[in-house]
Write a protein that binds this ligand. Structure first.
Ligand SMILES: [Zn+2]
Length: 146
């Protein structure tokens, strides 16, 4: 919107300057002013007719490249009691994927797209949005008997 608005203002200013030149300057300014005026008019109409409050359509969440049961398995694996300290990498995640013969690269890409840049973020961010969808219950939030 701002770019178009600036073009509109620029065209109007140029048209006003051209109008002055037309009145007080050489003949060829006339057609130029008409041209500028028409451009301004077209931009103005476009600007007025633009769709308002147009939001880019929300991207639907991409499904993971591995079956949902495997994703739940990954959450369970990463959330197991006494997991190793997070190394700020997807080491545990990759180990899990390899041990199950699951595609590592596309899954890692998908996890990162969902905010999981390391093992603990997979639990923090990815499981936050996908836990419900895969039927995963965090061990410390379950309300069943311990
Ligand atoms: Zn981490």
């Amino acid at each position: 919107m701002t770019t178009r608005f600036m073009i509109l203002v620029g065209v109007i200013v140029a048209a006003l300057l051209g109008l002055g030149a037309w009145l007080y300057g050489p003949w060829f300014w006339g057609p130029l002013v008409v041209l500028l005026g028409l451009m301004g008019l077209v931009e103005g109409i476009k600007w007025l007719l633009r769709p308002r409050a147009e939001k880019p359509p929300a991207k639907p969440p991409q499904p993971p490249p591995i079956p949902l049961e495997e994703l739940r398995g990954l959450f369970e694996f990463l959330d197991r009691p006494d997991p190793p300290e997070c190394t700020h990498a997807l080491k545990e995640t990759e180990g899990f994927l390899k041990s199950r013969n699951l595609p590592v690269a596309p899954t890692v890409e998908w996890l990162k797209a969902n905010g999981g840049f390391c093992d603990c973020e997979v639990i923090m961010n990815v499981a936050d949005g996908w836990g419900d969808k895969v039927g995963w219950v965090p061990t410390d939030e379950g309300d069943g008997p311990r």
